[in-house]
Ligand binder design. Structure first.
Ligand SMILES: Nc1ncnc2c1ncn2[C@@H]1O[C@H](COP(=O)(O)OP(=O)(O)OP(=O)(O)O)[C@@H](O)[C@H]1O
Ligand SMILES: [Mg+2]
Length: 418
């Protein structure tokens, strides 16, 4: 047996983790049961009801609004999966097929990428480049018709699209069905398609004023069907965390009093993700101390260690975005108020060398900095510098305001190692 194996055995000897399954704490985990969202599910079903009865009769568009961690993603995914399953058995072979697409706009950052992602699911190997957004839209519409499909597209975290892009894209999407008569005539000489609607849209937003950013024609089709997800109450959080604990933690390692503490701490935000993450982290601290019961003290430790930004936002960064953020955080950790782009670039190149990866070029670095800014991880401010009335050029000051940089460094180091 190799040394490594022997060491691992020693590590696990006499130690049983409090977790029985960690996968139920993963950000993409879909629970079997959704608590306290019956009303929202019913509204959603009512809005989309005619997909079932008259699949191509009209195009339905709905917006889910709610603050962070209120279940928008999990409800939309569950609804899409349930509807797919139901229609599979309900619709006869000659009726249209139903296709559900769920796109996260934080990860899939532009209308172009969103449409190619969707088209690639319909046409494997569909090229990533070479078509404009309008062309992609037309192809999408045509494919729905040719393949006899009815689609529901979820644009999740739509707030991450650039505001102008978002407005234009939603406008174009709402026009897919109305169709430009010239295009219609080219593609559908008999004009059958002009009478059909095969495209349905569901947007998830955290922005209360979402509807006010739409132009009037989109607002009239999209802005009316709003479902609001209120923050969860303490008791609701208790049920959500309790059922996650039942699935993920060994029964002898926690009790209801612990879940009460967690629900109490998450009550202010009403954020289920935060509550679930507290439980997971408290479990991790318990394992680290080689104890076999999670206590409120472990939860308190967990509270301190949860980043005020979402873990998933940092996790989803590409490796170079992580390295860039790490270089900014490391520079700022030396008690600096801000850093400049040349400083960041130098430190990033050094960190890449240490990590044994080839640094990206200047233009890519700019693009990554822009992404980090858009995700709210860094703040950038351009300053025009003058001396004795003469311009000394512009300098970009980069800051991290919302999160202690030491925490960013620690969690990035862990993620990068992984
Ligand atoms: N009603 C519920 N029952 C069980 N688990 C839930 C419920 N609501 C949310 N969760 C869980 O809480 C976490 C956050 O939920 P979700 O990701 O759906 O929130 P969100 O509203 O989409 O948040 P964001 O605005 O950040 O996108 C997920 O792990 C999800 O599984
Ligand atoms: Mg979400």
């Amino acid at each position: 047996m190799s040394n490594t194996n022997t060491n691992f055995s020693a590590l696990f000897a006499n130690f049983k983790s409090v977790f029985q399954s960690e996968k139920v704490f993963a950000s993409n985990y879909i629970p079997d049961h959704l608590w306290h969202r019956e009303e929202e599910m019913t509204s959603l079903t009512n809005y989309f009801r005619s997909i079932i009865t008259e699949p191509t009769a009209s195009s339905r568009k709905v917006v889910l609004y709610g603050p962070v961690g209120t279940g928008k993603t999990v409800v939309s995914r569950t609804f899409g999966a349930d509807l797919s399953n139901y229609l599979k058995s309900e619709w006869k072979p000659r009726e249209p097929s139903f296709r559900f697409f769920h796109v996260n706009c934080r990860k899939t950052k532009s209308p172009h990428l969103i449409l190619t992602t969707v088209l690639r699911q319909l046409v494997p190997g569909f090229p990533l480049r070479g078509f404009s957004v309008d062309e992609l839209l037309r192809m999408f519409s045509l494919l729905l018709y040719e393949q006899n499909l009815v689609a529901l597209l979820v644009l999740d975290e739509i707030d991450y699209l650039l505001p102008d892009e978002r407005t234009n894209f939603l406008y174009s999407l709402s026009r897919i069905e109305e169709g430009d008569p010239r295009i219609r005539q080219d593609h559908f000489p008999n004009n059958q398609a002009g009478l059909e609607s095969r495209f349905n849209l569901l947007c998830c937003t955290r922005d209360k004023n979402f509807r006010y950013h739409l132009d009037s024609s989109t607002a009239s089709s999209l802005g009316r069907n709003f479902i609001t997800f209120p923050p969860y109450t303490r008791n609701q959080l208790f049920d959500i965390v309790s059922s996650r604990a039942e699935q993920g933690i060994r029964a002898e390692c926690y009790d209801d009093a612990l879940i009460e503490v967690i629900a109490g701490l998450a009550e202010e935000s009403g954020d289920a993700r935060f509550a679930i993450e507290l439980l997971w982290r408290a479990g991790k601290f318990t394992d680290q101390e080689r104890k076999n019961f999670i206590t409120p003290e472990h939860v308190r430790k967990a509270v301190v260690s949860v980043l005020p930004i979402e873990r998933s936002v940092v996790e989803d960064l590409s490796i170079h975005q992580k390295l860039l953020l790490l270089s900014i955080a490391k520079l700022l950790a030396n008690n600096k108020q801000y850093v400049t782009t040349p400083e960041v670039k130098k430190s990033y190149v050094g960190i890449c060398e240490e990590a044994g990866v080839r640094p990206r070029r200047q233009t890519q670095i700019w693009a990554y900095l822009k992404d980090l800014g858009r995700l709210g991880l860094i703040q950038q401010e351009v300053e025009n510098r003058h001396k004795n009335g003469q311009s000394l050029g512009r300098v970009t000051k980069i800051r991290i305001c919302d999160v202690p940089v030491e925490e960013i460094i620690q969690s990035l180091n862990q993620l990068i190692e992984r």
